[in-house]
Ligand binder design. Structure first.
Ligand code: GLP
Length: 265
């Protein structure tokens, strides 16, 4: 796991967008896995800037989003469809037919999920998967539990996630309780993974993840330790507890973490 500690949120967004841009330049028909939430917003803004100012070409890029709330239609401003078009897709030259997001109104959910995974496989799997992380370690909507599912599926959100996401809704009652998400298997099969975390709310889970020596279904993000090409980009606030841990004289640096760029604190 390569660790980059960025100076701040803008620095983190610039670094993430540069990695994505360089992969697109290497492979113009890149299969890009995308995430929502507040963390990747700056990365999308930077990618839009690279498209406008430097001609970064999305015309052959294929995207698959990680997840979508269940029971919410595409035109609902709270849906991840809406988020993706407003914050990214409508500002770049990506082709609508190359965009894939689970359908939150799918009637036969099981068939829809199966088709989603088949579509990913049809494109040869995901080349680069962008991830955020929940305060409880969820990735996509793979919540901590006794087991984690491998394929795309319908899942119940935990109370912790419902509360964390309620900031985007008028009332708690409006927050969806279920979502369709790629499974851990789909995510872990991506050839390259970039995980972003920003702000003090993520400091605890990031310290836990970077200090982890075992994988556990109680922390879904810990499964990323099994992957050989993960870059974690966090800002100083999200790195605060990790910094304290590794600066103490009795700390032993974890073998799986390779610090590639640490902004001097
Ligand atoms: C949601 C999304 C995740 C995201 C997480 C963190 O639950 N399903 O993909 O990583 O929230 O969101 P934020 O970046 O807003 O902290």
């Amino acid at each position: 796991m390569d660790l980059i500690i960025a100076k701040d949120y803008s620095d983190l967004s610039r670094r993430a967008s540069r990695i994505i841009a360089s992969e697109i330049k290497k492979k113009p028909d890149l299969v890009l896995g995308l995430a929502t939430g507040s963390t990747p917003l700056g990365t999308y803004q930077e990618l839009v800037r690279l498209y406008r100012e430097e001609g970064l070409d999305f015309s052959r890029v294929v995207t698959f989003n990680l997840d979508e709330y269940y029971g919410i239609s595409m035109d609902n401003p709270q849906s991840y469809h809406y988020y993706m078009f407003e914050n990214f897709f409508k500002h770049v030259n990506i082709k609508p037919e190359n965009i894939h997001i689970p359908d939150g109104m799918a009637g036969d959910v099981e068939a829809h999920c199966k088709k989603y995974d088949e579509e990913i496989a049809k494109y040869g799997g995901i080349d680069l998967q962008l991830l955020g992380i929940g305060q409880n370690g969820h990735i996509g909507f793979n919540e901590p539990g006794d087991e984690l599912l491998t394929a795309t599926h319908l899942t119940n959100l935990t109370q912790n996630t419902i509360e964390a996401n309620s900031r985007f809704f008028k009332s708690m009652d409006e927050v969806p309780k279920q979502a369709i998400t790629m499974g851990l298997g789909t995510i872990i099969q991506a050839k390259k993974i970039v995980l972003l975390a920003s702000g003090k709310n993520k400091a605890e889970i990031m310290a836990e993840l970077l200090d982890e020596n075992a994988v556990s279904t109680k922390n879904p993000a810990s499964f990323l330790l099994l992957h050989k090409d993960v870059t974690v980009i966090i800002d100083e606030e999200a790195a605060k507890i990790y910094r304290q841990m590794t600066q103490s004289p009795d700390s032993s640096k974890k073998l799986h973490v390779r610090e590639v760029f640490l902004w001097p604190s």
